[in-house]
Design a protein around this ligand. Structure first.
Ligand SMILES: [Zn+2]
Ligand SMILES: [Zn+2]
Length: 263
């Protein structure tokens, strides 16, 4: 987070896919560092049953104090687990060696593009009235003329959808969870030739991850959780691309831009 220049004071919700060490052991350290930075804002942590015990035990064993509240929510069923004005967070049961959840971040429709030129032409002074229009409110100018948001803005734009699978074999609810997603981040641990091992350990191969993205009608796929046995991800990528062309392998600090769609 320091290297990526992500603030330790930002609004933050953490979603744990499952309670395996490679997915959760970093969290106590992050929380402790936030306390050192004197964070005051609460952090919400969502995860499968056991999440509460894991965090409380770690905190008590390591005996560290926090400067902010940690609110822990254990997920007991699939569906919407967070509903805000800006987005929904949906959980679906994955299919790993232990209980786990995959998550979809589903942004709600966004306001249309704002055209400053049109606002100026209609005589709307820069400032508060501009932001009222941008938030969808009709305004009245000093001389009595009303201006509607649609006079100065384009149509509402569809929100974006990002799906994160965590560790999993291909699973039943995936296509519904990831339907038409702008971005699917799918685990991909072993080469296609190790499909049997992947099945045994609760993981996926490139062909499986790509097949899932294709079935869901996703626009882009990013593979992650590559086994440490592979020093180079070229073959993995090649195997996935045969089925789903718009695929990348995740790298640390990778940034992907998902522009809002203009209707
Ligand atoms: Zn795992
Ligand atoms: Zn893992």
């Amino acid at each position: 987070m320091m290297q990526a220049k992500v603030s330790f004071h930002k609004r933050l919700k953490v979603f744990l896919t499952h309670l395996h060490g490679d997915h959760v052991l970093g969290l106590p350290g992050v929380l402790q560092t936030m306390a050192l930075m004197d964070r005051k804002e609460p952090v919400q942590v969502y995860g499968p049953p056991g999440t509460k015990e894991f965090l409380i035990c770690t905190k008590e064993t390591l005996n560290f104090g926090l400067t902010f509240p940690v609110e822990i929510y254990e997920i007991i069923d699939e569906g919407t687990i967070v509903d805000t004005e800006e987005y929904n967070l949906i959980a679906a049961k994955s299919n790993h060696a232990i209980e786990g959840y995959a998550y979809a971040f589903v942004e709600k429709p966004r306001p249309g593009r704002f055209f400053p030129k049109k606002a100026r032409e209609l005589g709307v002074p820069v400032g508060e009235l501009w932001s009222k229009l941008q938030y969808g409110q009709e305004i009245t100018l000093p001389h009595g003329k009303t201006v509607k948001p649609s006079d100065v803005m384009g149509p509402r734009r569809a929100g974006r959808k990002i799906v994160y699978t965590g560790d999993t074999r291909p699973f039943d609810g995936f296509v519904k969870l990831a339907a038409e997603a702008d971005l699917v981040i799918h685990e991909c641990t072993f080469y296609d030739s190790l499909a049997e091992k992947a099945e045994l350990d609760g993981h996926s191969t490139p062909a499986q991850a790509a097949g899932e993205a294709k079935a869901a009608g996703a626009k882009q796929l990013v593979l992650t959780h590559i086994s440490a046995r592979y020093h180079d991800s070229a073959l993995l990528l090649e195997q996935a691309k045969k089925i789903f062309a718009n695929t990348l392998v995740a790298e640390d600090f990778m940034e992907i831009e998902l522009p809002l769609k203009e209707n």
